[in-house]
Design a protein around this ligand. Structure first.
Ligand code: UTP
Length: 311
């Protein structure tokens, strides 16, 4: 187990401006079927931890210890995962398995987790909207657990530092290959203003543009620092043609009322919400594990990488 949470005890107390992180986890995960038919995609395992735990640990390491998870039908495993398992803990205690006991206790002790149901999966914007009462009148973070980011300082911490300087909503972005812009919300930025390294002011946002219509290749990825005025903006946002409320459209609305910024995260992002991205992340994180890296690398080196699906 990497010592990812070992700094938590010292960092968790320094929360500062952002105290709450929302994890929308009520999506259906159709890109990962059949695995996600009876199991939430957030619980797919990267080495030995469910994907969502990487994001929760990132929040804790960034000083944000109040976690709000938006769940839906079939997502009980997420609640069980962050709950205390008395039976398992006393079993491990009796057997003297203190290392494993510490591993499972650390995450439940590092954060407070609250849940809110999204009755129907009506889009990411709607998922954020259902947290309105739990978030209240304060700025907050949104973490899409699918995007697992390896970064030092943690990605969310980098964003909070920017938020504390610019004092407005901050969206994480990444330059993606132009042929992939149509999978993302994409931003047009104001190149004339200087807001510091990796920070830009947003001029416009476009959801999933065609390559030729994209204003840039700066794609919005799964980290946001939002201010509470996003809630009325989302309430005023019409459903799209699929019946969903898109967060990007809510942000466009907000843009008419206040400056919004983007920040290019300094780190390595993996989109684990699709099969290829998940496989890449699995290899990446396994090779960073001190207990697994060497034997795993030796195994990978024995593989005949020329073998194709048709051979
Ligand atoms: P995605 O666009 O990845 O959708 O949602 P999805 O349903 O999870 O997965 P696919 O595309 O069908 O494979 C982005 C994030 O927003 C959450 C998802 O759980 C994911 O974390 N979400 C999406 C909700 O919480 N509710 C929704 O109605 C839609």
């Amino acid at each position: 187990m990497p010592p990812i949470l070992s700094q938590c005890d010292t960092i968790a107390g320094m929360s500062g401006s952002i105290r709450k992180a929302v994890f929308p986890a009520a999506g259906l995960g159709t890109r990962f079927l059949p695995a996600t038919k009876a199991q939430p995609k957030e619980m797919l395992v990267l080495v030995d931890k469910p994907v969502i735990q990487y994001g929760v640990e990132e929040a804790a390491l960034s000083g944000v210890s109040n976690i709000i998870i938006v769940t839906g039908r079939g997502k009980n495993a997420i609640e069980d995962h962050f709950d205390v398992n008395v039976e398992l803990e006393s079993f491990l205690e009796q057997r003297g398995k203190s290392e494993q006991l510490e591993q499972i206790r650390h995450i439940t002790e590092s954060v407070n987790v609250a849940y809110v149901r999204q009755g129907e999966p009506l889009g990411l914007g709607h998922a954020v909207l259902v947290t309105k009462n739990l978030v209240g009148d304060e700025p907050f973070a949104v973490i899409l657990g699918d995007d697992v980011i390896d970064a030092t300082p943690p990605a969310l911490r980098q964003m909070i530092d920017v938020f504390e300087r610019v004092k407005g909503p901050v969206l994480a972005v990444e330059r993606v290959p132009w042929e992939e812009v149509s999978n993302y919300g994409v931003v047009a930025i104001d190149e004339t203003e200087d807001h510091g390294p990796r920070v830009h002011r947003v001029k416009d946002l476009v959801e999933k543009p065609a390559r030729d219509a994209a204003p840039s290749n700066l794609a919005i990825i799964g980290r946001y620092i939002l201010t509470p005025d996003i809630f009325p903006a989302l309430e005023a946002t019409a459903r799209d043609r699929t019946g969903e409320i898109q967060l990007t459209n809510g942000l466009r609305h907000l843009l008419t009322q206040r400056p919004v910024y983007v920040y290019e995260i300094d780190g390595v992002r993996h989109d684990t919400g699709n099969k290829l991205g998940f496989l890449k992340a699995l290899v990446y994180f396994a090779l960073r594990r001190p207990d697994l890296a060497d034997p795993f690398r030796r195994y990978l080196e024995t593989l005949d990488l020329k073998i194709g699906a048709n051979t």
